[in-house]
Structure formats: structure tokens, C-alpha cells
Design a protein. Structure first.
Lengths: 173, 173
DNA sequence: ATTTACATGTAAGACGTTACATGATTCT
DNA sequence: AGAATCATGTAACGTCTTACATGTAAAT
């Protein structure tokens, strides 16, 4: 069901086509929250439309249909977000690899850690660039929630990066 | 394919039955790396046995079969762990919720954050208890890789907890 | 004796991946 | 004209969830 709410969430922030949704999944959403393929998005957004949770608000060139969230969709989204469901499902291939580091000898573990340190640094820098854009669009008003969420991503990759370096030090020492 | 390697990894650290594997998934592995159900584990461990990557090393009471990783299994596991595959898949319902916080009004966002702060603190404390056990089993020798991985979990929930508190402050201020 | 925990499994349906199919518009 | 990008979709196959079925051994 999560894909549903991921899509509703994106559309609640800004209307868009299936294609645009797929592009937005390549950003932060798909990178560290919930991954989805294009071929999964199109059928799901159609189901959302059939269920009245989104509606077509524009038809453009190349058969493009722009969807927007409906009041019913907004209500369902709110219910899901505020419903305190513990035991949330986690599937993270990257963390799984790190979690299984004890299966390797020290030399292999070192190599994986070096690779991880470089990868998390790259992600961190890419996010820094994206967040720069978000931040520049705000005046001196109240803190936009977007910035809080961007900060969560930054901290995540920073903590991963710092742990990788620390773990390498422990192995080398 | 990740479930395969999660199981191979657990069995490479210690032989065990399907039931024991399911129990071990309830710990750190399933909580913040890769989730799996009991009904998924039994068929997969049988497939691993059919493929010669694990083998039955003991049969106990109540039809219990204890599996151990084979050399072929160890080799496949090593290859997967050291193969630098970027674009790893992430599906994290908890992070998705946080990522969609901008869809809520401030009052609802605050409630979700308060809930999140409490949940991550609970996880942190639970992990602290588990790590205490792991740490007590080691003499003064070289740093066991298990401890590095435990530290990763601790840092993850700590950073989540700290971010939740920080985000609440930003909203309140 | 009854309950709890151990132990393994299957079947139906939902969800997700890979690969392919099709065509429109813009850019060079 | 040709290439790149925009745009939507389907079919086959693999993975995961939910719910059920079955029985054994230990604990109270």
C-alpha cells in the first residue's frame, strides 16, 4: 500500500503526470524512502484515479495527463500519515550489505567500507546541491517543513559516511 | 534476491533451523536492514539447499532441520557482498512517512514527530541492551566487526531520534 | 490436561521487476 | 532526417503478504 501513499503524497505537493512522478521518484523519494519503477507507477496512478483519490486536471501534448489529488485522496493520505503504525517495514539493500560485514574477512570488509564511504559522500554532496535550491526559494518566514525533511536526508547520509570512516579506522587500528 | 543473501549471511555466522532464522529476523536484521516473514523463509531456505548453498547438518526433535552454509554458499555470499552495486533498493515505510510530512498541517506534523521521537528512542534503548550482550563476550583483542555493525544500528536510531527532536523544535519555535 | 512455544509448510492474491511495444514532440 | 526525450502502457515472471493447516515437545 505504501506506493499508493507515496504517489498521493507527491501529488498533494504538486500535480503531475505519470512520467513526472517517475522522474520525481528518482530524487530523494526513491533514493532513501521508497523505490518504485515507472511500470509500477502508471497502473497505480490509474487505480488511484479509479478510486477517486486523484483526478485528471489537464491533458497536454503526447497524450500527457496531469493528475491532482482530490479531497478524498487528501483525507486518506492524512489518515495514513498520522496513523501511528509501529513495526514499519524496512528493506534496504545497502544496509543489509553492511549488516553482513561480519561474514567477510578484514580485507574484504575494508574494501566494502571504502566503497561505502565514497558512495555516501557522493549522495551527501548530491543532496546538498538539491537542498540548496529548495532553501533559496524561501523568505525569512517560518521554517518550511520541506527543509526539515531535506535535513533528514542530509543527516542520514552524513551519519552513514561518518560511520564508514569510523569503522575503517577501527579495522585499521 | 536479497532475502537469499540475508539468509546465507545469517547461516554463515551461525547454523540454524528455519524457525531460528525467522526469530533472528525479528532482531536487528529485520528491524533495520531487511524484513522477511516466516512463510517466506522456509521456501527460500529449501531453495538454497536445493542449489547446494546450504546443507542440513542436523535433525532434531519436532522435525527440526539445522542448516549450515556450504563452501559454494560462502563464495556466492562473498561475491554479492563485495560486488559494488550502486543504486541499491530502499523501501522504508517509516522514512516515507517522514518524507511526506510536508503534506500535513503543522499540528499533525508535530504529532507524527512526537510519535517518531518516542519510537526511535525505544528502538535505541532496545538495541543498547542487545549490544551490551554482544560486547560482554569479547576479551581485549581486535575490534570484532559485529560491534562495528551494532554501532551502525545505534547511530541510525540516534540520528533519527535527534532529528525528530530538532524538527519539533523548529516547528515550535 | 491444557497451554505455550517449537517447528514446518502451502495456497491465493497482491506487489514489484524486467523487458518489450508504441507513438508524439523537440532538438540538432 | 535522425536522435533524444517525453509519454503511456502491457505481459510474463518473480517476490512478498495474509491466512490457514498440521503436528511435536516442553512447561504449568
Amino acid at each position: 500500500m505504501s506506493l499508493r501513499y507515496a504517489l498521493l503524497g507527491l501529488l498533494s505537493q504538486e500535480a503531475g503526470s505519470g512520467y513526472q512522478l517517475a522522474r520525481r521518484f528518482e530524487g530523494g523519494m526513491g533514493r532513501y524512502a521508497w523505490h518504485a519503477q515507472q511500470s509500477q507507477i502508471y497502473p497505480e496512478v490509474n487505480r488511484l484515479a479509479a478510486d477517486g483519490l486523484v483526478s485528471v486536471v489537464d491533458e497536454g501534448p503526447r497524450h500527457r495527463r496531469t493528475y491532482a489529488i482530490t479531497p478524498a485522496g487528501r483525507e486518506q493520505l492524512r489518515r495514513w500519515l498520522t496513523d501511528p503504525d509501529d513495526t514499519p517495514i524496512v528493506r534496504n539493500e545497502q544496509i543489509l550489505r553492511l549488516f553482513l560485514l561480519p561474514c567477510l574477512d578484514r580485507e574484504d570488509a575494508r574494501a566494502v567500507l571504502r566503497h561505502q564511504a565514497a558512495a555516501s559522500l557522493r549522495e551527501l554532496e548530491a543532496l546538498h546541491a538539491t537542498v540548496g535550491e529548495v532553501g533559496s526559494g524561501t523568505g525569512g518566514g517560518p521554517v518550511p517543513v520541506d527543509l526539515l525533511v531535506a535535513e533528514l536526508g542530509l543527516r542520514y547520509f552524513q551519519h552513514l559516511h561518518e560511520w564508514s570512516l569510523w569503522a575503517l579506522e577501527q579495522l585499521d587500528g
